[in-house]
Design a protein around this ligand. Sequence first.
Ligand code: HEC
Length: 116
Amino acid sequence: MDQSMNWEKFSGKRVKTVLAVSLLTVSLLSCSKSLNTNTDSLYVPTATDVTQNATLADLQSGRSVFINSCGRCHSFYSPDNLSVANWNAIIPNMASRAGLSASEAAQVTKYVTRGK
Ligand code: HEC
């Protein structure tokens, strides 16, 4: 048996594994910084947006949390592109992915559902 040939095969595999792991690390790291800066679709709350369930401060905090935490893995979803029912169904899942506290999740929910 030729040992040197076996080693060549073995080290070739290792190089591929190292490359694959590095690529994976790079793509995971790129997910951790804020990638999306286009906030055009994200309304800026004003007094006319205030509802029984959402103060202006709630809506403004919700917008900040949304901008800081909800564009890291994908583009910003516009609040108006999903129904209130859809947002309520999706936020718990996304809030945990984004590592939000319960109060941050509540603020984001108020923002995207326009206080409905
Ligand atoms: C850690 C990555 C990550 C973060 C942070 C994140 N998301 Fe997501 N989001 C995903 C992935 C992945 C999907 C694709 C659908 C799935 O896998 O559930 C998705 C899908 C969505 C969808 C589409 C769901 C659908 O059914 O069409 C919406 C809306 C959404 N995210 C909103 C948010 C909001 C709001 C936040 C901030 C609270 C957020 N995301 C933060 C990873 C993330």
